[in-house]
Design a protein around this ligand. Structure first.
Ligand code: ARG
Length: 471
């Protein structure tokens, strides 16, 4: 068994069970690049302030770069007895460059080191996630532009409410993604503060140049309180919270795609490449519906899984909040539990955003079904009420009159567009021929020209602005 860097004060060996229980190497090895990057900056700074010599620093930096190559190439063997990525790399460094490797950890603790590593890692991931969000936004805009004339029912309470442009509906998700993007940008700001130099908890007796390290690593500035530096995981929680809101949006969208692709709606059809059948089993060259008793099925598994994965992303947020809730200052080993929740959140939201774009690009949109669904459901009843208002009737009264007309239509199995002018006039004298145009679906949509409204004119205007936003 390798002796541990901290084994000085210990007489007995660590119990095998404890060794495994304590270790985080199985998951924190993914931080190796960032750990090495941080160590290089630290070694350079130690030489700069004269704690180690330039020669020693160069040797350490060279060794660290070599180790990175070893890990990149899959040649590095990770074992439990090395506990975590920080110790694994430090141990290997001493093997490679000799006892000078032991100088790297001067004026540093794993407590400030791990905080640094997570921040370096998260910065990269946030940037990547923001790019993925932009991509999805571009797809939404693309599909919205291609289907500009397409009208569908808009819903409240999942009841058909008023006709809207399909593009307007898609762009609602664009706006949500825009806020998600901004939330990650806000999170990035608080990630981008450099904790190294806090030591174990109290700061360092060495004349460290923390500004130099911050600059070297592209941080905005060093942190201001050593205790806070090593015990802060707000930035992980914030990240998981932004991720939860993001995936909540993706889940709502997925839910709509699932509904829309059902036979009952029939608004869209997901491409075969993004759907699955029920349990096809390959026998020889032939495909046969082995376990499935439903050969007709085409399932929207992809949006269902996105919706399903929302659960674990929320769970990760709660796991982190709960882990942190009663920890006294400063570092506690409980905090090692931050990583799996964080990594799983990163992986999950990335794969979900990634898969939605091609799925949207390849889905078929059934414009006729969408448009037909706007008919017969009195979706322009509000427009008829507004018509009466324009003729001078107070809104409440107009509302009541139209309500009566709708009841009459239901009783006589008629749509608003089936009514003759004579019938309209039974309910109010002020109706004239004009009402026919008012209750047309297109008129209804295009009358909503207000900023943010669904009229073609308003949507086109917003699209122009958006094009500037996502350039
Ligand atoms: N593996 C640890 C973690 O992830 C690193 C910090 C350990 N520090 C300590 N003093 N035991 O939190």
């Amino acid at each position: 068994m390798a002796s541990k860097p901290w084994s000085g004060r210990f007489i007995q060996k660590t119990d095998k069970l404890v060794e495994e229980f304590n270790a985080s190497i199985s998951f924190d090895k993914r931080l190796y690049r960032h750990d090495i990057m941080g160590s290089i900056a630290h070694a350079k700074m130690l030489a700069k302030v004269g704690v180690i010599t330039k020669k020693e620093s160069d040797k350490i930096v060279g060794g660290l770069k070599n180790i990175e190559k070893e890990i990149d190439a899959g040649k590095f063997v990770f074992t439990y007895d090395l506990e975590d990525i920080h110790m694994a790399i430090e141990k290997r460094l001493t093997e490679k460059v000799g006892s000078v490797g032991g100088k790297l950890h001067t004026a540093r603790s794993r407590n400030d080191q791990v905080a640094l590593d997570i921040k370096l890692y998260l910065r990269d991931e946030i940037k990547e996630i923001q790019n993925l969000i932009k991509n999805l936004q571009k797809t939404l805009v693309d599909v919205a532009k291609k289907n500009l004339g397409c009208i569908m029912p808009g819903y409240t309470h999942l009841q058909r409410a008023q006709p809207i442009l399909f593009s307007h509906h898609l762009l609602a998700y664009y706006e949500m993604m825009k806020r998600d993007y901004e939330r990650f940008a806000g999170c990035y700001k608080r990630v981008n503060v450099m904790p190294l130099g806090a030591g174990a908890l109290a700061g360092s007796p060495y004349p460290l140049d923390r500004d130099f390290v911050a600059r070297e690593l592209g941080f905005d500035k060093p942190t201001d309180n050593s205790l806070d530096s090593v015990s802060d995981r707000d930035f992980c929680i914030e990240f998981c919270s932004a991720a939860s809101i993001l995936i909540m949006h993706l889940s709502r969208f997925s839910e709509e795609l699932i509904l829309w692709s059902s036979h009952e709606f029939g608004f869209i059809e997901l491409s075969d490449a993004f759907s699955t059948g029920s349990s096809f089993i390959e026998i020889g060259d032939a495909y046969t519906t082995g376990a499935s008793i439903m050969p007709q099925k085409k399932n929207p598994d992809v949006p269902e899984l996105v919706r399903g994965k929302t659960g674990r992303v929320y769970g990760n947020l709660f796991s982190l909040l709960t882990t942190m809730k009663s920890l006294p200052l400063a570092y506690n080993k409980d905090m090692q539990e931050d990583k799996e929740a964080l990594f799983d959140t990163v992986d999950t939201i990335k794969e979900c955003i990634k898969i939605l774009s091609p799925m949207l690009q390849t889905m078929e949109i059934n414009k006729e079904r969408m448009f037909n669904a706007t008919k017969g459901g009195f979706l322009t009843a509000t427009d008829a009420a507004d018509y009466l208002v324009k003729k001078g009737i107070p809104f409440r009264e107009s509302h009541h009159i139209i309500g009566k007309i709708v009841a009459y239509c239901i009783k006589n199995r008629k749509a608003l567009e089936d009514l003759t002018l004579k019938e309209w006039k039974w309910f109010s004298k002020v109706f004239d021929e004009g009402i026919r145009k008012i209750i047309s679906i297109e008129t209804s949509v295009n009358s909503r020209k207000v900023k943010g409204g669904t009229a073609l004119e308003a949507v086109k205007k917003r699209l122009k602005e958006i094009e500037r936003e996502i350039r």
